[in-house]
Write a protein that binds this ligand. Structure first.
Ligand code: ARG
Length: 463
């Protein structure tokens, strides 16, 4: 049995089952690097404040660095009786440097330490996620640039609605991932707050300099209330909700790619390297990557719910319940990072079947709105009436199994005397797209400037 930091007060050893039940080291060992960095900064600050001697600081730092080495080379022994990574490192430090190790825990507690470690972990992971999102946005912008002349039906209610440029469609996803980027950037503001030195909950009697510790660790802010410092997990919840929204976007794109690669749509083909086959049906090529991304979205929603529920009604300040925050957080970080990585690789490996997309714009009365616009805008018929005239023409065309542009001028004139040859111009896909020049519309010039704007934005971000 290992010695416990609280041994003084206890006369009985911890039950073995309880040791196993309370241990978190199996997963929080992942935080070791931040724990060590935090401890190095803490003892540097303690020495500067005159709380420990400089030789003691040097011994502590040397020992901590050795432990980091041991962990990284797989020469570190983990044991449930030492609960978490914080106790493991401190116990090993005692073995390595002796009695001085016990000074490290002056003016701080594990409550502060775990808050610091998660914040440092999330700061790093959030920055990486923002970088991945930048790559994804760049990929989408490149794909949009290649498809400024590819048209496909835009849908509402999963019904063909009006033709759009594929570039415009890709840029719609760009917008979603741009908002995700902003959300994560905003999240960083609340993550980057330094909690160490709260000393469990009430602050400490030692003359510590928390701002100096923050500076050493690259934090711009220091937590303002020692109780809130150890009780706060809002930043994790904000991160998880941003991750959930981002996964929702990935799941929507996945769903479209799945539909588009079906024989029913046949708009795209996902390359062999990003699909799998069936063990029984030789003809199959399945969009598993997209399906898994869609499926994993549920996990991340679950992670968010887990943390919201965990924190609900917890009284001030730290409660052991909060140890349960790490697994959902790690799961969401890993899931989102993996999904982004696989998407960034898969997207350029999609072959667009431009002919099939274009063909789909030719049926389904995608030009009905434009006929109404022609009657209203060009011929001055009130829009409601124009809508009704067009509706009748659609019903007639349907009964003849034709499209609007396949009707003859005399047939069309039956519905309104105002109709002339020029209408056919309005009904072509090319013209329909060309005329949608309102800001944010699908006209090629608009989409080109949206792409240029996105490129500028990507260039201005630090890679
Ligand atoms: N393993 C704990 C956690 O992850 C660290 C803090 C423990 N504090 C305590 N007073 N038991 O939350």
């Amino acid at each position: 049995m290992s010695e416990k930091p609280w041994d003084g007060r206890f006369s009985e050893n911890t039950d073995k089952l309880v040791e196993r039940f309370t241990a978190s080291v199996a997963y929080d060992r992942r935080l070791y690097i931040y724990d060590i960095e935090g401890s190095i900064a803490h003892c540097t600050m303690l020495a500067k404040a005159g709380v420990i001697a400089e030789e003691e600081r040097d011994a502590l730092i040397k020992g901590l660095k050795q432990i980091r080495e041991e962990i990284e080379t797989g020469n570190f022994v983990y044991d449930d009786s030492l609960e978490d990574i914080h106790m493991h490192i401190e116990a090993r430090l005692s073995e390595v440097i002796g009695k001085t190790a016990r000074k490290l825990h002056t003016a701080r507690s594990r409550n502060d330490q775990v808050a610091l470690d998660i914040r440092m972990f999330l700061r790093e992971e959030t920055r990486q996620i923002i970088r991945s999102l930048r790559k994804l946005r760049k990929t989408l912008t490149d794909m949009a640039g290649q498809h400024l002349d590819t048209v496909l039906p835009g849908y509402t209610h999963m019904q063909r609605a009006q033709p759009v440029l594929l570039a415009h469609h890709f840029m719609a996803y760009y917008e979603m991932f741009q908002r995700d980027t902003e959300r994560f950037q905003d999240c960083l503001k609340r993550i980057e707050v330094m909690p160490l030195g709260s000393a469990a909950l009430a602050g400490t009697t030692y003359p510590i300099d928390r701002h100096y510790t923050a500076k050493l660790l690259g934090f711009s802010k220091v937590s303002a209330n020692s109780m809130d410092s150890v009780a706060d997990r809002d930043f994790s919840i904000e991160f998880l909700s941003s991750a959930a929204v981002c996964m929702m976007h990935l799941s929507r794109m996945s769903e479209e790619l799945i539909l588009w690669s079906s024989s029913e749509f046949s708009f795209i083909e996902i390359s062999d390297a990003f699909t799998t086959g069936s063990s029984i049906m030789p003809q199959k090529k399945n969009p598993d990557v997209c399906e898994l991304v869609r499926g994993k979205t549920g996990r991340v929603y679950g992670d968010l719910m887990a943390l919201l529920t965990l924190m609900k009604s917890l009284p001030m300040s730290y409660n052991r319940d909060m140890q349960e925050d790490k697994e959902p957080l790690f799961d969401a970080v890993d899931t989102l990072k993996n999904c982004l990585a696989v998407f960034i690789r898969m997207l350029p490996n999609i072959r667009v079947k431009a002919d099939g997309m274009a063909k789909a714009t030719e049926s389904g009365f995608l030009n009905a709105t434009d006929m109404a616009d022609y009657l209203a805008g060009k011929k001055g018929i009130p829009f409601r009436q124009a809508h009704s005239i067009t509706g009748k023409a659609v019903a007639y065309a349907l009964s003849r199994q034709k499209e609007l542009h396949e009707l003859s001028l005399p047939e069309l004139k039956e519905f309104s005397d105002f109709i002339d040859e020029e209408l056919f111009d309005y009904l072509s896909t090319e013209q329909m797209i060309f005329r949608r020049q309102s800001f944010g519309g699908t006209a090629k010039e608009n989409v080109k400037s949206a792409i240029a704007q996105a490129r500028k934005c990507l260039e201005n971000e630090n890679a």
